[in-house]
Design a protein around this ligand. Structure first.
Ligand code: GAL
Length: 649
């Protein structure tokens, strides 16, 4: 590892049974040996808490620590992520092992930081154990105070769901109802699970903090946009990291070889989201080194793709990349999963060779690093905050209204078009200050309150450019429709007089006219009547509402609001509209093809090629090219510095 140029290694996230083979019997010698070997060769260690894998004696002695599926089956010992965050008993045992580990390694200078658990999230299984049921009732009681308040919020009188006391309430469960569960109960289930997960991570962070040296940091590794993970709720760690596998047969990528590279938003969106969470920095804890064993099918990554992904994290401001894994395992659950080292234990895999190359190249970048560099003015003028909230995701995924609605593809459509402008995007939550951004976009922001609308209004009046899209503001935070016209709270802000929505069958495309060009849609169409003083930018040109507005725009104070009511398959309409918002604000945009990524970080420009064709990157003549060249092969990387940036410092 050391010879390869690797700086740190990552230990023990599943090793509870080796640390505590019998209750109260602790063995750290084997781990001590590994840590001192790392130290001997100049490697730092990220130490992990082993809590995703309780030892068998614990599950056998206390089966009540296990999670239970919606069909009542208790998940047994034998894999991972099978213990319930809602079990006090489990938390007690977690507290014990984490404290012991922290006391043991909390002052070891080779250990630079801690990872809590591993991908907390139960891999998609919702926990219906009695512990979870009981904790849900406590959570509800705390939230609502009285059962009448819960009944009222859930609309429980509809179909006589009305409860008499909290004891009667259960987690909404598809197996326990003949049709769809109550939507408000579902939203509360998701919020509760996200709180349980966050509470579990925050609890471990607090335990570690009590014992470890202040120079050791604390993080966890999350699967991005994955139920019930809500990164906004995890705030006791120093920062967050994520894990991502791009080549798993789940998508075709871009062009004939795209399936060997993945899609750029998989890393880009996560970079831009995790960089803006607790600690305002991030790392990536797992990227694949080659073929994995668990995909739909498992292609070989394109030569160069492993390196390109690392550069993508670098470009997004990531502080480190940890690769999963070092050696390919010969036995156990991840046979066939590539490592940096092949099955013989000594030969570098192609991905391993790419890491060696990266560690060499990073030396060059480190030498050219200027910590005083500031984002060039032109880029700063394009900065945009993309407001994202898991509550909207939960609500809209449960009530899609049309089977063509997909929340993340809707949001990614906007993300990708902004990246094609080479706009720096920050994926932010309502905790952040909007005034930092010349542009702000809130795609399909379904749940809101008057306070958020007030913040948006102030933002615009002070000169911000706000972009809203379909479904925004239809409901309050409890997912209740307003006792007012649909989306009433945003009407004044967006210049809407009235609005309803339409969906089309899969094989029928409606038409829209924007600046004399025709666009096609069929997923979601908000049909708008503008208020006086609002400009109509695009109109529907067929269906019974022919002539009604699809996109409207108006000025408010020093800023503007644009409402894009239609969701199209190809996103072409959305792209042209957002470009016009930028152009009218006097801000330039680029026109990068989908799959060409261009980012700026700490004085470096980085361009990447996720497409299957050669791409020519425009690099000014006087620029200093540090890595690669302007002609980018598929999975190619080029890094340069622009002399003209100096004048903006
Ligand atoms: C991750 C997980 C790792 C390993 C890897 C295999 O999701 O965190 O422990 O299982 O997948 O690709």
């Amino acid at each position: 590892m050391s010879e390869m140029g690797i700086k740190f290694t990552h230990f023990a996230e599943f090793a509870w049974s080796m640390m505590e083979p019998e209750e109260g019997e602790y063995h750290f010698e084997w781990l001590d040996r590994a840590v001192s070997l790392a130290e001997k060769y100049g490697l730092k260690v990220i130490m992990c808490t082993p809590t995703p894998t309780p030892p068998v004696w614990l599950s056998k002695k206390y089966p009540d620590i296990l999670i239970q599926r919606d069909n009542g089956v208790t998940i047994q010992h034998g894999r991972r992520q099978h213990a319930s965050w809602s079990s006090d008993r489990y938390r007690h045992y977690v507290e014990n092992i984490v404290s012991r580990l922290a006391i043991h390694y909390g002052n070891n200078p080779t250990v630079i930081g801690w990872q809590i658990d591993n991908e907390p999230g139960h891999y998609g299984v919702v926990d219906y154990s009695e512990n979870a049921q009981a904790k849900f009732r406590i959570w509800l009681q705390k939230k609502y105070g009285t059962i009448d308040k819960l009944n009222d919020t859930w609309g429980a009188s509809f179909w006589s769901e009305t409860y008499q006391n909290f004891e009667q309430v259960r987690l909404p469960n598809q197996q326990e109802v003949p049709d769809k569960a109550n939507p408000h109960a579902m939203l509360d289930l998701n919020r509760f699970m996200a709180d349980e997960l966050a509470g579990f991570v925050n609890m471990q962070a607090d335990i570690l903090r009590r014992h470890i040296h202040k120079d050791q940091w604390i993080t966890t590794n999350l699967i991005p946009v994955f139920n019930p993970v809500d990164p906004v709720r995890i705030d006791h760690t120093d920062f967050l990291t994520y894990t991502r596998y791009l080549v798993t047969g789940h998508n075709q990528g871009i062009g004939s070889q795209g399936f060997r590279m993945g899609i750029p938003e998989d890393l880009g969106f996560s970079n831009d989201q995790f960089r803006n969470r607790v600690g305002k920095t991030f790392g990536v804890m797992e990227l694949q080194p080659g073929q994995v064993n668990w995909g739909v099918y498992n292609p070989q990554p394109l030569p160069g793709a492993v390196r390109m992904w690392v550069y993508h994290v670098f470009a997004g401001g990531g502080k480190f990349v940890c690769n999963y894994r070092f050696r390919q395992p010969l036995k156990g659950s991840e046979q066939y999963h590539y490592g940096m080292i092949m099955t013989d234990g000594v030969t570098l895999s192609p991905g391993g060779e790419e890491y060696v190359r990266i560690t060499q190249e990073m030396k060059k970048l480190r030498a050219a690093y200027d910590k005083k560099s500031r984002m060039p003015k032109q880029l700063a003028s394009r900065r945009i905050g993309l407001l994202f909230d898991m509550n909207n995701y939960w609500e809209m995924e449960f009530q899609r209204q049309t089977d063509q609605w997909r929340t993340m593809p809707h949001i990614h459509k906007y993300y990708n078009l902004l990246k094609s402008f080479a706009a720096p995007v920050d994926v932010i939550s309502e905790k952040e200050d909007f005034s930092d951004y010349p542009f702000l976009i809130a795609p399909a922001y379904q749940l809101l309150d008057n306070n958020l609308v007030k913040r948006w209004t102030e933002y615009v009046k002070n000169g911000g450019h706000l972009i809203l899209t379909c479904r925004t503001g239809q409901k309050d935070r409890d997912a209740k429709l307003w006792e007012a016209p649909l989306a009433a709270p945003i009407h004044q802000l967006a210049g809407i007089n009235s609005l309803y929505y339409d969906h089309l069958p899969h094989n029928l495309y409606g038409k829209i006219d924007f600046e004399g060009k025709e666009f096609a849609w069929n997923n979601w169409g908000d049909v708008l009547t503008p208020a006086a003083g609002t400009d109509v930018w695009a109109v529907y040109t067929d269906q019974f509402y022919k002539g009604a507005a699809s996109v409207i725009h108006h000025k408010l104070g020093k800023g503007t609001v644009t409402y894009i009511g239609t969701d199209t398959d190809d996103g072409k309409l959305e792209k042209e509209v957002v470009r016009r918002v930028y152009t009218e604000a006097g801000v330039s945009t680029e026109d990068l093809p989908y799959g060409v990524v261009k980012e700026w970080r700490d004085g470096f420009y980085i361009a990447l090629n996720y497409t299957s064709d050669i791409q020519e990157i425009v690099i000014p003549d006087e620029a200093e090219v540090l890595i690669g060249s302007a002609r980018l092969e598929p999975a190619g990387v080029v890094v340069w510095k622009e002399k003209s940036d100096n004048k903006y410092k």
